[in-house]
Write a protein that binds this ligand. Structure first.
Ligand SMILES: NC(=O)c1ccc[n+]([C@@H]2O[C@H](COP(=O)([O-])OP(=O)(O)OC[C@H]3O[C@@H](n4cnc5c(N)ncnc54)[C@H](O)[C@@H]3O)[C@@H](O)[C@H]2O)c1
Length: 267
């Protein structure tokens, strides 16, 4: 049924759909998994952190949702394919893939090593492509479409500094989103990206080397004060957008990057 013939509740309902979220043990991925499950999807939480992913899936089940976890390293093509294969083996299908797993090690340009470059690009860009390819194959083999959601970053649009490898990977994610949308649209697979701004997660609130807690807190408060919406983001700000992109409410969107940043790009 087309979205225009659905009620608002129907077009936000993901019952019967299977979603895979990568990097879902914590942070933005965990937030997205929570909301997709609340919308009715069966969710597979994939992460290299086995315990974290299991705990996050368990918490969804405790709230009455359907979820389980799997371990995979999304920085390899094999790991990316395994994430999708696990969902198909366990649940018989995949309808939604959220490519969220990503790293952002801050290193000044003059100090950046080949190892950090490769580690970042392998996870943020290569793994994302091969997971998307595997998901699109599984969807089309089963004779239905689906929605792929890539987590990019405002850094793809405006670099904050000391992250050239990250900025390149996220710029790549935005363009890859368009390439995949063009190639997969005729197969009824939509591909969109979300570009989060400053979101408070275990990854961003971890204390960088040489920075004292008060300093970090002051920096965070300064940033929040400068933001048009006067606060940093939280994982649920991204999760609500992911639900929209996953469900029929967004059926005419593909190739888009939705900026969710509280106005950060305007400062
Ligand atoms: N937090 C922000 O401010 C922000 C802003 C823009 C974009 N993003 C993007 O959002 C995504 C999530 O960020 P976050 O802040 O929630 O991160 P986080 O560090 O809090 O959590 C990332 C999760 O990914 C998992 N992970 C790491 N390497 C993996 C691998 N090789 N295979 C599988 N899983 C792996 C980790 O175990 C962890 O559970 C990333 O792609 C990041 O670039 C974050």
């Amino acid at each position: 049924m087309a979205a225009r013939d659905m009620t608002l509740a129907q077009m936000y309902d993901l019952s019967g759909k299977v979603a895979v979220v990568t990097g879902a043990a914590k942070g933005i991925g965990q937030g997205i998994a929570n909301r997709l499950a609340e919308a009715g999807a069966t969710v597979l939480l994939v992460d290299i952190d086995a315990e974290g992913a299991q705990a996050s899936a368990g918490a969804i089940e405790e709230r009455g949702g359907t979820a389980s976890s799997a371990v995979a390293d999304l920085s390899t093509a094999d790991g990316a394919r395994a994430a999708v294969a696990t969902a198909v083996e366990r649940y018989g299908r995949i309808d939604v893939l959220v490519n969220n797993a990503g790293i952002y090690p801050m290193v000044p340009t003059l100090q950046l090593s080949e190892e950090v470059w490769d580690r970042t690009l392998n996870l943020n860009l290569k793994g994302l492509f091969f997971a998307s390819q595997a998901a699109a194959r599984a969807m089309t083999d089963a004779g239905h479409g689906g929605s792929i959601i890539n987590i990019a970053s405002v850094d793809a649009i405006k670099p904050i500094g000391n992250l050239p490898h990250y900025d390149a990977s996220k710029g790549g994610v935005v363009m890859l989103t368009k390439s995949l949308a063009k190639d997969l649209g005729p197969l009824d697979v939509r591909v969109n990206a979300i570009a989060p701004g400053a979101i408070q997660t275990p990854g961003t609130t971890a204390l960088p080397e040489g920075v004292i807690p008060d300093e970090l807190r002051a920096m965070a408060e300064q940033l929040a004060a400068a933001m048009p919406l006067k606060r940093q983001g939280e994982p649920d700000d991204i999760a609500r957008t992911a639900v929209f992109l996953a469900c029929p409410a967004s059926e005419y969107l593909t190739g888009s990057t939705v900026v969710v940043d509280g106005g950060m790009l305007l400062i």
